[in-house]
Design a protein around this ligand. Structure first.
Ligand SMILES: Nc1ncnc2c1ncn2[C@@H]1O[C@H](COP(=O)(O)OP(=O)(O)OP(=O)(O)O)[C@@H](O)[C@H]1O
Length: 656
């Protein structure tokens, strides 16, 4: 009850107009799988909230602190404003906190330092101000800290050096001043440190050299260090500058830090505070160095300015108004852009520990299909609403563009809709991977994220959408399917279904269970592709039943299912026959009058009027007969798919 109450408050605050979280019902069951983006653990406590890229424009309620078992909070790529509530510090089991690319303002609450399990803290690209809380140094499990593109000021707390698991630290594009604490350079796992575009000063610890290209420090005009190509050598002048210009008490702290360091380069050693910037110090700055330094700084400034501009533009595209978002639907260029300009190292690292928990149990066939979650995130622009093609009962399908520029459809299925037993699930995935036929939608890859509570299936994209839409108008083109295309589509569906039903060396017989016009996709050449083949093998039973209600209502469900409760090849044949009737009549509503017209071969009262009579009467008659035999009441009286394929072959050959 506490959790449901908390969710209700969170919803009211995050989505005040109730536009995006309609599925969060006051009387609903958050663990029943119906609350969008919510997943529970096996104790039926809320474990994940994944609402990235949903267009949320409200605020984050302090009630978030009541979801004590939360392990993942993914709210990135929205337009959430207001402060990060201090109550977030109550989430001591939270592992991933993604609030990046929003409009959060105010300070980073020091209570974040209480979140003992935190591994990823991503607050990038907001409008956060104030200083970095010293308490962040207590996050002993933190692997990633991303604060870039905010307005954070003050100095970098030396306490960050206590983050002994830290691999990535991004503080770039802020207003930080003072030195890079020596303590940070001592963090052993650190691979990536970005402090670009701040106002840092003083000597850069020499030990950071070991990060090679992983260390970025450009556009901090007062940094110095002998061994860094973009920096000038440090002088006593720099040291005096730090001491004179840095306000107390920081100045003193810095002095202590530096003087106590054994590793500091000689040039950077803090000397007596009374050391004056004498003319002899100035002689250490040969004119040439100053000129080269100035030119270099100017070039870096221009480059950084351009980079900021492009990033700003891209960010705008992602988090802009709905209108902007829909205009910025993925283009090929965007996808490449995402990969080349923004390698998104934080995201990849952040998930590397937690994603694809089933990996160990995957066999070699399935390993070939494994894909990278980072690629899926990039391809879908972080699951942006603008790329949603449609939502089914248990899944959301996104359009995406992969690194190789190919367009794909990414089906995201909530883990709560999948088989509970990992072994069963992997078996099902194996089956999906083994299904390959020219009339089945090709599976390109898959991955799961237990952390995010979702699995992703990557399929070839069918540019002409599904048959149901195409029978009215293919993808808004105004095109009506002509007769020969309809015959070709019927032929293709029959072949695909025959392939599924037939056992061969690499696959068992498979019953589709949900053949209907919506599950037939149309590729660029108007060939049919059966979608969701094998999907029931990875789904939990109740997810399958939810789909059934719809097929039954539409007339695709074989009559014997009501008594047997079983799907067979013959129930697929029934659904195929009904689909053929649908293709011929151009409507799903096959009335009794239409059926009797078909049975008595009165084609003029049955066939789709959009065909304008442009169909071969003999072919149409044969097709109608075939469809009627497939939809016979008794399964035994229906042909099997082998016979159907032969019949259509005969028809196609005799017509040519
Ligand atoms: N590979 C693909 N290429 C193009 N569009 C696709 C692809 N896969 C699915 N779609 C489209 O995405 C939308 C959602 O598909 P999905 O199969 O998940 O849902 P559904 O058929 O509406 O419902 P359910 O799966 O719950 O029965 C549909 O409009 C479908 O045509």
């Amino acid at each position: 009850d506490t959790e449901l109450r908390a969710l209700t408050e969170i919803k009211a605050s995050l989505d005040p107009e109730n536009k995006f979280l309609k599925t969060w019902q006051i009387n609903g069951d958050p663990c029943g799988g119906s609350f969008e983006g919510v997943a529970c653990n096996d104790r039926r406590k809320i474990a994940n909230i994944s609402l990235q890229g949903r267009g949320l424009a409200g605020k984050l309620s302090p009630a978030i602190g009541d979801l004590k078992s939360l392990s993942g909070l993914y709210l990135h790529y929205n337009s959430i404003s207001g402060e990060i509530p201090a109550e977030i510090g109550n989430l001591t089991e939270l592992v991933d906190l993604y609030l990046n690319v929003n409009n959060f303002s105010g300070i980073i609450p020091s209570e974040v330092g209480h979140m003992a399990s935190l591994q990823v803290l991503d607050l990038c690209c907001n409008q956060l101000t104030g200083s970095i809380p010293t308490a962040l140094g207590s996050l002993s499990k933190l692997g990633v800290l991303s604060l870039q593109y905010n307005q954070v000021n003050g100095t970098i707390p030396p306490s960050l050096g206590n983050l002994s698991m830290l691999k990535r630290l991004d503080l770039s594009y802020n207003h930080l001043s003072g030195p890079i604490p020596m303590t940070i350079s001592n963090i052993q796992p650190l691979q990536f440190l970005d402090v670009r575009n701040n106002s840092l000063s003083g000597a850069v610890p020499t030990t950071l050299k070991r990060l090679n290209a992983g260390f970025s420090y450009g556009n901090n005009t007062n940094l110095c260090g002998a061994r860094y190509p973009l920096l000038r050598a440090c002088t006593a002048f720099d040291n005096a500058d730090v001491i004179i210009n840095t306000p107390q008490p920081f100045g003193l702290n810095i002095l202590k830090n530096h003087t106590s360091s054994k590793h500091e380069p000689k040039t950077a050693n803090m000397q007596n505070s009374a050391y004056p910037p004498t003319s002899s110090n100035h002689t250490r700055f040969p004119q040439a160095v100053i000129v080269v330094g100035t030119i270099t700084a100017a070039v870096i400034l221009v480059f950084a300015g351009l980079l900021m501009f492009f990033r700003y533009r891209r960010r705008k595209q992602k988090i802009g108004s709905n209108g902007e978002v829909s205009e910025s639907r993925l283009s090929n260029d965007h996808a490449i852009d995402l990969h080349i300009k923004t390698p998104s190292p934080l995201v990849s690292l952040a998930y590397s520990a937690g994603w694809d928990p089933l990996a160990d149990s995957l066999n070699t066939v399935l390993q070939r299909f494994r894909c990278n979650l980072e690629e899926i995130e990039s391809a879908t622009q972080y699951f942006s609403e603008a790329n949603v093609i449609g939502r089914g009962n248990f899944s959301t399908v996104y359009r995406g563009v992969l690194r190789d520029r190919s367009v794909v459809a990414i089906k995201s299925i909530s883990l709560s809709s999948c088989k509970v037993e990992a072994e069963e699930f992997v078996k099902g995935m194996n089956l999906l991977a083994s299904l390959q036929h020219e009339n089945l939608v090709g599976l390109r890859g898959f991955c799961c994220s237990r952390g995010r509570g979702e699995c992703y299936l990557v399929y070839d994209f069918a540019p002409n959408g599904n048959l149901l839409k195409c029978l009215t108008e293919c993808d808004g083109s105004g095109l009506i399917l002509d007769w020969s295309t309809r015959v070709n589509i019927i032929n293709g569906i029959a072949k695909g279904l025959h392939y599924l039903h037939k056992e061969n060396a690499s696959k068992p017989p498979v019953v589709h269970q949900n053949i209907c016009a919506e599950k037939i996709l149309i590729d660029g050449r108007f060939n049919p592709l059966i979608s969701d083949a094998g999907i029931p093998k990875i789904l939990a039973d109740d997810s399958i039943f939810s789909t059934l209600k719809i097929s039954a209502a539409m007339g695709y469900l074989a009559p014997e299912y009501i008594t047997t409760g079983r799907f067979t090849e013959k129930s697929d044949v029934y659904a195929f026959g009904f689909t053929v009737l649908h293709i011929l009549a151009g409507t799903q509503q096959i009335t009794t009058a239409m059926r009797s017209a078909a049975e008595s071969c009165r084609l003029e009262d049955f066939m789709d009027r959009n065909l304008d009579g442009n169909s071969s009467v003999s072919e149409a008659t044969l097709m109608v007969k075939l469809a009627l035999s497939c939809t016979e009441e008794l399964p035994d009286q229906r042909p099997d798919m082998e016979a159907v394929v032969q019949e259509i072959d005969r028809l196609c050959c005799s017509g040519s």
